[in-house]
Design a protein around this ligand. Structure first.
Ligand code: IVH
Length: 683
């Protein structure tokens, strides 16, 4: 190990270097080193922080990986209320605004035009250049403290660049998810059988409210800032303030202008509207602000919004076209979605041929008929939707539609549970898209990782009758596979795809299947595709029960005692294992050699800490945080993310958060050190 002085020096150097490259990558979009080189810097810093926790900076760039769990988001009162903006939708309303401003000021003014980013607004508090707190808008008066999650967003500075910033200030901005990252995330979620988000804004809002910040760290969130607040701030114009923000390290959107009057603003609005479909993120309009801060002050605020700003919202792009027919698609879970086939129409940069009708209620509410002319809109959603029927052009021949009663794939009668919008095909084991969907989930990278098989090959093997469930995979033989060939038709007029099982292909497939036998139990459990059992829940169940038999036998009370398992998940697990065919399949998988227990080192070894809940905070010298948590669990204890009256001990390392200490003291929870913990275990 290197000596302390050297370590300290290197840690400062590495932290600086990582921050510098972060800035180049996330703010300037001009990286100087490869991702690999960057990862190596971070890894070296992480290792040193582990070895020398006494020098670890709580605002170190390594803290971006998250890990802090927030059980309940604390409600915090905003020091300055978070107001909203008045909306306009037309030139004449914008011109009314301009006249109102002129009347109050008694002189002309300069405006700034900015993009109205379609995300979630956030208020950040900085003290002495360090990010202290991040609060959501909430009701404008008080919002939720989402600091742990916001700290994982790499383009938000934890420590400001050297500059003349005030000791304390607030900065407001918008957190959003770029379209490309959103689509990638949704595709991945879909392949894992998780529900997808309707649009980037919903994905952003959902992500900010997640309890586990290490999941937030993996989501592609980004942010732009547009408003500085505080006492004794310098600068005479809003535009200058934006430049200050930029120089301190905040990301400020560059598509902004200074405008001398309404005409220039309208040109800017038209340009933005024209090119907005090309932007890498969603916007829903343009914000117009009076540039001079003294003029802003003179204009003041109404109860709800500033008089010096207004938002000009774009109308959602819309087109009218004819509804040709309705298809019904069956997903992996059996949910049936109606999809409209439309006469192709150009809308917001693409040709639209299909639009979602969501579910039976939406379809009935629209009173849509085949042959009708319908309004199609592309809002925040990626898939266009039908918003209304043009009744004036309805002709005698249009045909009323009723939602289908039987599955379009397997003809089973559809069911709908009370309170649910979707109709389901209950034939889980016999309905082709459901069977294929389950197989695709089983072989997915994060499940059994049999990547030598893919969607196309699964489809062919299913059609050949060789694959009916996951256990069949382990019965596949070289001679049954070799030589199979099939041409698969593709959707949307794409050329058909030929899938052929040549010698090399078959060898790879069989090797992939063989290798999957060493996949750890928690992933096998996830791969089974039990509804609502995602990766995290599978891991928690595996840790808790150690093996499949205990899960099969678990009673409802045992299941819901597991972290993150509630009524819905427990019900789904019990339902899955009450089915004889599922049990038989699990048994076949066991016989095939799949892991049905967790590795020895993860098993609870002793029950010395039974019934005791620990909260772990700070950095430790002999363990990483994950190791110490594992040790607690192996000794029968429970780890929780937040302190409550149920907490037995707070295990405190160096740099434990002052808030946690205060909370523990208030509730009278005992705080113990690493040494005391080890003595408790008598190691
Ligand atoms: S200024 C006091 N500028 O729009 C006014 N807001 O309806 C502060 N937004 O809550 C807001 N982009 O979440 C401003 N360039 C921008 C914006 C923007 C998006 C959001 C923000 C605000 C909402 C107002």
């Amino acid at each position: 190990m290197i000596d302390k002085a050297k370590a300290r020096e290197r840690m400062v150097e590495l932290a600086e270097s990582v921050k510098y490259h972060n800035d180049l990558y996330y703010q300037q979009a001009a990286p100087e080193i490869t991702d690999y080189q960057y990862d190596m810097l971070v890894k070296e810093l992480e290792a040193l922080e582990r070895d020398f926790p006494e020098f670890a900076d709580p605002n170190s760039p390594t803290k971006r990986v998250g890990g802090e769990i927030t059980r309940i988001f604390q409600s915090v009162k905003h020091r300055y209320p978070m107001l909203s903006l008045d909306n306009t939708y037309s030139e004449s309303e914008l011109s009314d605004f301009d006249q109102r401003v002129f009347r109050i000021l008694g002189e002309p003014c300069e405006y700034v035009g900015e993009l109205k980013i379609d995300g979630v607004s956030i208020s950040l508090i900085y003290r002495n250049g360090k990010l202290q707190q991040a609060i959501t808008r909430g009701d404008g008066v008080q919002g939720d403290d989402v600091t742990a999650n916001v700290k994982t967003i790499r383009s938000i500075p934890l420590q400001l660049l050297p500059g003349d910033y005030p000791d304390e200030f607030e900065v407001r901005g918008e957190i959003f998810m770029p379209r490309a990252g959103f689509e990638k995330m949704n595709r991945q979620r879909e392949s894992e059988g998780e529900s997808t988000f309707a649009n980037p804004r919903n994905a952003t809002a959902g992500t900010l409210k997640m309890q586990d910040s290490s999941i937030v760290a993996k989501r592609p969130l980004d942010a732009f800032f547009y408003y500085l607040l505080g006492e004794n701030l310098t600068g005479e114009t809003h535009f200058q303030r934006l430049n200050f923000l930029k120089s301190w390290g905040f990301k400020v959107n560059d598509i902004r202008i200074k405008a001398q009057g309404i005409k220039e603003l309208l040109n800017y609005i038209a340009e933005v509207d024209h090119s907005r479909s090309q932007l890498p993120y969603d916007i829903d309009g343009v914000v117009v602000k009076v540039n001079s801060l003294s003029q802003q002050e003179k204009l003041g605020f109404t109860a709800k919004s500033p008089r010096w700003a207004i938002s000009y919202k774009f109308k959602a792009e819309e087109a009218i076209t004819r509804l040709l027919s309705i298809d019904y698609q069956v997903g992996r879970t059996g949910a049936v979605t109606p999809v409209a086939n439309l006469e192709p129409v150009f809308l917001a940069g693409t040709t639209v041929k299909r639009a979602s009708l969501h579910n039976a209620d939406v379809m009935a509410g629209l009173d849509v008929r085949i042959g009708d002319f319908v309004h199609v809109e592309k809002g925040g959603e990626i898939i266009p939707k039908i918003t209304s029927v043009d009744f004036s052009s309805r002709h005698g021949e249009s045909l009323p539609v009723t939602f289908i009663e039987h599955c379009p794939e397997c003809k089973t009668q559809l069911v709908r549970s009370s309170g649910e919008a979707a109709w389901y095909c209950p034939n889980e084991k016999g309905c082709p898209p459901q069977i294929k969907g389950k197989l695709e989930h089983f072989i997915a990278r994060r499940a059994m990782n049999i990547d030598s098989l893919g969607e196309g090959k699964v489809e062919v093997l299913f059609e050949q009758g060789l694959l009916r469930n996951a256990a069949d995979l382990y019965l596949l033989k070289f001679e049954n596979l070799l030589g199979i060939e099939k041409i698969l038709p593709q959707e949307d007029g794409k050329a058909p795809r030929k899938v052929s099982f040549r010698e090399k292909t078959v060898e790879n497939i069989l090797k992939g299947i063989e290798d999957s036998k060493s996949v750890p139990f928690e992933r096998v459990l996830f791969a089974l595709g039990i509804r609502h059992v995602g990766e995290t829940v599978a891991k928690k169940l595996a840790r808790h029960f150690a093996g499949i038999d205990a899960i099969i036998e678990a009673k409802y009370e045992n299941l819901i005692s597991v972290d993150e398992v509630g009524d819905k998940i427990a019900g789904s697990i019990m339902n899955y294992f009450s089915d004889a065919e599922n049990l038989a399949m699990v048994n076949q998988l066991r016989i095939a050699g799949l892991k049905m227990r967790i590795e020895e080192e993860n098993i609870i070894q002793r029950s010395i800490l039974q019934g005791k809940t620990f909260v772990v905070s700070g950095v430790f010298s002999g363990f990483s945080r994950d190791e110490i948590k594992q040790s607690i669990e192996q000794n029968g204890g429970k780890v929780s993310g937040s302190i409550s009256s149920k907490t037995a001990f707070v295990l405190a390392g160096d740099n434990m958060g002052p808030e946690k200490r205060k909370k523990a003291e208030e509730l009278g929870v005992k705080i113990i050190s690493e040494e005391e913990y080890l003595r408790m275990l008598e190691i």
